[in-house]
Design a protein around this ligand. Structure first.
Ligand code: NAP
Length: 463
């Protein structure tokens, strides 16, 4: 696509991987198009910071690819601005030549079974957000009384949650697990973690690297019933999927051979396949006491109920059954698909969507690249066709200032980042996260005052 001569400005809402891959694509395709990336938090990187597991520090290194966009790539970060509250999408559309939504899918899908409102039931967006120090969930204080927790779902998020619950304090010490989560998990010893799949090992969505980690934990032993494991992968499975499933079976078999070891292990992670949750049971005082599951089977590839039920005695249930986009002020939601309503990424003329907000939650971080590039091309195409000419960032800044909002720039984030790293250093942790926006803003204010004082002193010294 030839956009190299195009001039204009693009506003991207959301600084997670989708938004930043999109910013990168716009700059590569049309270097003269200015890009502002807005985020409602003072911290960039979206799910990399708030979703990727705190012990997956290597995965978080993807931010090194994104940082140069802000430091030398001509992309501006405007954090602490909540679109729909501080400024509307319609206003942004009047200010910018094109607007791209990259807000992800921040809501939890519901099981839709009795007891989901009991204390001790958490969706993965909330639970993962809490242990990752996301400000939205700083006050969650989940009930994790131990000794048993049910984790519903057979995807990578379920593995993440089970693994974090199973870490020893020493293992957790090398992560950026939020401080309150660290304290709660250290206080309440979880001994049995039930990982529930409504279908079988062939249908589990785990990727192999993540499943392998479950066998490498210091105090936790995976427990698998060998009888449930099929001998081979069916020929009908598409080759790529068949390779993943075959490797998963090759991991699950040795897991199944560790049953004796599991008996004396401090923590056991029970892989319970063919169990569909039917009701979350209460203790009569509003808290979880168990989970009723129905045993299932697959008939011609379709999930079928057996009528056989059993119950697990657990004090906490974490549902990891997928995410959906949450309603975004001024934008239509496709309730059925759980995404911002769009046709191939187009929401309206000059308004586009990419990443999980466009196509739902799927794949690793780089899987957002394709739709991010689509949105970049669509935006540049729109600017080319219309000629652009909108004011962009300068009028937005004026408007925000007039409304009294304190936007956070990338240098501000770098100050927060440096402080978090410094706070973590003493304990040998990658960082000790701020979990309240007010504390981040207070740090920036303190920095600003210190800089002013230093300037006054140097001014005084010069006279
Ligand atoms: P996912 O991979 O789609 O898994 C969701 C799981 O929930 C499936 O096992 C699904 O079972 C189950 N489920 C859905 N509705 C259910 C219900 N009503 N009752 C019981 N089970 C139900 O989603 P995810 O784990 O949230 O992950 C989202 C995306 O992020 C995935 O692409 C994942 O790979 C990615 N991710 C990657 C990493 C990593 O690379 N380390 C880490 C985390 C997440 P059915 O299959 O039967 O529907």
């Amino acid at each position: 696509m030839g956009g190299s001569g195009v001039r204009g400005n693009v506003c991207i809402i959301g600084s997670g991987p989708a938004g930043l891959y999109c910013a990168d694509a716009v700059r590569r395709l049309a270097p003269q198009v200015a890009v502002d990336v807005l985020d409602r938090l003072p911290t960039p990187y979206g799910l990399v910071r708030g979703g990727v597991a705190p012990d997956h520090q290597k995965t978080k290194r993807v931010v090194r690819q994104f940082e140069p966009l802000f430091t030398e790539g001509g992309v501006r970060f405007i954090g602490n601005v909540s679109v729909g509250h501080d400024v509307d999408v319609s206003e942004l559309r009047r200010l910018y030549d094109a607007v791209i939504i990259a807000v992800g899918a921040a809501g939890d899908r519901q099981l839709g079974i009795p007891g989901e409102d009991l204390s001790g039931v958490y969706g993965s967006a909330a639970f993962v957000g809490w242990y990752n120090g996301h400000p939205d969930f700083a006050h969650l204080e989940p009930r994790v009384p131990g000794p048993a927790v049910a984790v519903v779902g057979n995807g990578n998020v379920a593995l993440d949650v089970a693994r974090i619950l199973a870490l020893t304090p020493e293992e957790a010490a090398h992560t950026d697990l939020a401080r309150p989560a660290h304290a709660v998990l250290a206080r309440h010893a979880v001994r049995d973690i039930y990982l529930l799949g409504r279908r079988g090992p062939l249908e589990a969505a785990f990727t192999t690297a993540e499943l392998r980690e479950m066998g490498e934990l210091r105090q936790a032993v995976p427990v698998v019933d060998p009888a449930i494991l099929p001998d081979h992968v069916p020929d009908t499975m598409p080759p790529r999927e068949a390779r993943r499933v075959k490797r998963n079976l090759e991991l699950l078999r040795p897991f199944a051979a560790r049953r004796a070891e599991a008996e004396t292990a401090a923590v056991r992670v029970h892989f319970l396949f063919h169990r569909a949750p039917r009701a979350i049971l209460g203790d009569g005082r509003g808290a979880v006491s168990g989970l009723l599951v129905e045993h299932t089977r697959l008939v011609d590839g379709r999930l079928s109920n057996t009528g056989v039920t059993s119950s697990l005695s657990v004090g906490t249930v974490v549902t990891c059954i997928g995410y959906r986009a949450v309603p975004f002020p001024g934008l239509p939601l496709d309730e059925q698909r759980g995404v911002i309503a769009n046709t191939d990424g187009v929401v309206a003329d000059g308004l586009y969507v990419c990443g999980w907000a466009r196509h739902g939650p799927r794949g690793v971080i780089t899987a957002n690249r394709a739709s991010a590039r689509d949105a970049a091309e669509q935006a540049i195409g729109h600017i080319t066709a219309t000629g652009g000419g909108h004011g962009g960032g300068a009028p937005l800044e004026k408007l925000l200032a007039a409304r009294g909002y304190r936007a956070v720039c990338f240098e501000d984030w770098q100050r927060i980042d440096a402080e978090e790293r410094a706070r973590g250093e003493g304990d040998g942790r990658p960082r000790d996260k701020f979990i309240h926006v007010a504390d981040m803003l207070a740090l920036l204010e303190e920095n600003r005052r210190a800089a002013e004082r230093a300037e006054r002193r140097s001014g005084a010294g010069g006279t």
